[in-house]
Design a protein around this ligand. Sequence first.
Ligand SMILES: Cc1ncc(COP(=O)(O)O)c(C=O)c1O
Length: 362
Amino acid sequence: MKNDEVIDSLPIYAVSNSAKLGYQEKETWIKLDWNESPRNASPKVIEEITNFLKVHSLSYYPDVTSNELVTAISDKHGVPKDFISVFNGSDNALQHIFYTFLSRETIFTTIQPTYTQILQFVNFKGGKIRYFLPDDVLNIDYKKFGREYLPGSDVVYLINPHNPTGHLLSREYIESLASANPGTLFVIDEAYMEFASSDESCVGSVEQHKNVMVTRTFSKAYGLAGIRLGYAVSHRDNIDLVRRIKNDKDINTLAQIAGAAAVADTEYLDDHVKTILENRKWFLENVPERYGATDSEANFVLLSYESDMDLLSRFEQNRILVRDRSDQHGLKNRLRVTIGNREQMERVVSVLANSKTAEMEA
Ligand SMILES: Cc1ncc(COP(=O)(O)O)c(C=O)c1O
C-alpha cells in the first residue's frame, strides 16, 4: 500500500492525559484543563432529549437541514439561515473551513500562541504558514501584526477572546482588517465570546464583510462539550463552498435537539455566564500575588509559576487538572486554569497557597 506523503509527515495530535479518562473517571477529578463548563447543560436540554427518546426512534437519519437548530441560531444572531452551517463542534467547523480554503499555494497566517488543535488541519491542507510570534504575548502588538504579517495572507485565523491569553479584540478592529484586506479570508474563532465584557462578535459583520467567517461553539458557556456541536456563520457563498465537502447527515439528532433547546434557554445561559464571571473575580482576588494571575475575557486565567515549584504535581495529587502551557510561544512557566464553580476555585486557591518555591523552602 502506498501512503500519502503528506499523511506520512504528520504526527498524531497529542491530547492531554485527561482526554483519555473515561467519562465516569472524569467526574472524580476537578477538571479545569479544557475550559469546559462546571455545570451541566440547561435542564430544558436534558428534558427535550429525554422526551425525544421516549417518543421517537433513533432508527432514522437526522434532519439533514438541521432546520430547528439553524432557525434558532438564525433568530439568535439575526442572520439569514443560509449564512449558517452546523458541525460536530467548532473544531469540526474549523476543519471544514481550512480544508475548503487552504491549499499548497495559500498563505495561512496566525498569532502564536494559538489554539493548537487547528494546526493539525492547517498542516494537512495548508501551504505556507506564517506565524506572528509577539515579543510579549500578554500585550500582543496587533498593529504590527496588521502591518507586517497580514499583507498577502490568504487565510487568517484569529481567536476572540484569545485562547490562552483571554484578550478581547474589538469588532471594529477586525472589520477594519477585513476592509483593508479584501482578498484575505478572516476566520474568527469565538469559542469564548459569551464570557466577554462587551459583545465584540463578528457574527453581525458577515453580511457586509464577505471575507469574514465566524465559528461558535456549544462546548463552553452552554455546557455541551460532550455532545459535540458548533457552527460557522459567513456569507452564503462561503457556506456553500464549505458544504461541498460536508456530510449534512453528520449532525446527529440528539445534538440538534440539544442545541435548539440550549439556544432557547437564554435565562440559563445568562445565569451561568454571570456565575463564571463572579467566580473569576473571586479567584483573581484570592489567588496569591506571586502567581501573577492575568485577568481575562474568557472562562480561564493564566498563572505563572517558577520552574522549580512542584505545583503541577501538587495539582495532580489533589486530583485537579489544569493545563500547563509552557510549550507554547511566550508562555514558559505559565499554566491555564479554567474557571469552575466556587468550591473548585477554593480548592485551587488552597493548593496555590500551600505550594512553595525552592527559595521559600530553603
Ligand atoms: C479557541 C478554541 N476554539 C475551539 C475550541 C473547540 O471547540 P469545540 O468543542 O466546539 O470543538 C476550543 C476548545 O478548547 C478552543 O479553545
